[in-house]
Write a protein that binds this ligand. Sequence first.
Ligand code: AGP
Length: 610
Amino acid sequence: MCGIIGYIGAEDAVDILIEGLQRLEYRGYDSAGVAVCHQGELALRREVGKLNNLIKRLAKEPLSGQMGIGHTRWATHGRPTEFNAHPHTDNANELVVVHNGIIENYLNLKTRLQAEGYHFVSETDTEVIAHLIKSHFKGDLKAAVLATIAELEGAYAICVMHAAEPNYLVAAKKNSPLLLGTGQDANFIASDVPAILRHTRDIIYLEDEQLAVVSQHQIEVFDLQGQPQDYEVSHIDWNMVAAEKMGFDHFMLKEIHEQPTAFGQTLAGRVSEGEQKLYLDELNLSPEAVKDIRRICIVACGTAYYAGLVGKYLLEDGARIPVEVDLASEFRYRRPILDRHTLVIAISQSGETADTLAAIQEAKAQGAKTLGIINVKGSAITRQVDGVLYIHAGPEISVASTKAFMAMLGALQLLRLYLAHHCAQLNNTELVAAIRELRTVPRLIEETLQKIEPQIQEISTQLLRYHHCLYLGRGVNFPIALEGALKLKEVSYIHAEGYAAGELKHGPIALVDPLMPIIALATASDTYEKLFSNLEEVKARDGKIIAVATEGNESIAKVAEEVIYVPAVPEWLSPMINVLPMQLLAYYVALRRGFDVDQPRNLAKSVTVE
Ligand code: AGP
């Protein structure tokens, strides 16, 4: 995710801006820039790559001024280039803006502004904001920004500076984090606490759809109608390391709780608020090309592979196209038979996994179409495939993948709708209804996490005494059983296996005894009755069952000692909800076992070698 910092005060701004951006580096970025206002003039410096490149540029071409803004960019719209780096200016270089988020209607706004004579120099959605403010500016920057954000759809956290208004900055936010800091003889704007913690511990968290006017000695907050709003000042007692985790004990828990945002960011800009349409040109798959696909092969490793298995159920059910899912490490060695009618999809958070990269190279060698579902912009796999569906999860620091997995499922849900629609399996009415349901998922994730976390903390203490666990699921939740087992294994080092529940009688039931807890995904589904029978067989052998079940299901208590209730959702949405107790359970068991949750032994975040 992008990083934002703004400063107005008695000191020179540049060093404070650079230090703040350095404190935000953990968020990941591919370019950076700063702008200052001095004696009624704006000046900016932007560089691709790491902050050191910007620091070197500033050493050669220094800036000076007591008011400034800075930005580290995690590219979404537009490649990582100097012209796409923030801050962005209007054509007269009278105002600058930095932005974190995705403006979903930026193309419509850009077309209109170009028709009105505004000249664009970047590929970004953010530049639209600069020209829009310019078009509304009549001498009052606050009014111009209010008029601008009234036209924006999607998510934004912005900080704006105008040469004609050298005594204050303007900030505003909606669905993207932004906070203010009150310091000694200075005030601050930032996307996250670490950026300004050295200067102040007194923080004001802007609410959604609020705007702030920040001068050296005053902070005023307004609603979108320009009405003054009261605000609270919170005193932060975190140390710097805790601040980067937003107060969570580990990045894994922080990233579990970032999943509503990660899922929402994956949808943002791809489903419009108004027309309920899909915008997926980045797939580079025209409706004609979709009709030409006779088979889909998904290749991935680890958690990404389990996302691919969910994808198999989603895409085959939705688009009626045959889907195979291969472990990328096996794919190229099994001599796969591919051709131009095959679509090979690589799923990878890092975009650097050696086996997945090699699988895509094999696919290209055989003339298959290729698509990447990737998190890291510009990574190796993205440079190999014909189209990329970025998952916009933001940098995932913990080795155990959680929010990236969630965002992969979001991307696969979008792909399901796109393919189904162009394979005439989903008409417009059904598409609109499906998009509407998909847009409820971020809220459902949020509500589920809040509801089940205390219970999971309790259950995790019970699991400490065991050395083995069996995870069971059916249908689209069988891969979630596999993912749940992997999560527990990789962070708590307890041996766990995921199984299709129907497989129990074919062997695993021999393992069932009082020392083998069973984690069962038993939410509402077409195969619930069959899964319930499987659990009765486990119960009859004194197996300890912990079940994830749909709210209102009382029968499950007949077989399960513990029931984790989750909200009722259509089965095709259930993987995004059912994975949540799996992630939290693994986290709290590992925590109680005292292990390094974010950096488990023997594991790396990205396996860039075979
Ligand atoms: C998942 O928690 C693990 N960190 C690991 O299985 C990971 O999913 C796998 O290495 C694939 O990584 P990628 O998504 O970056 O390709």
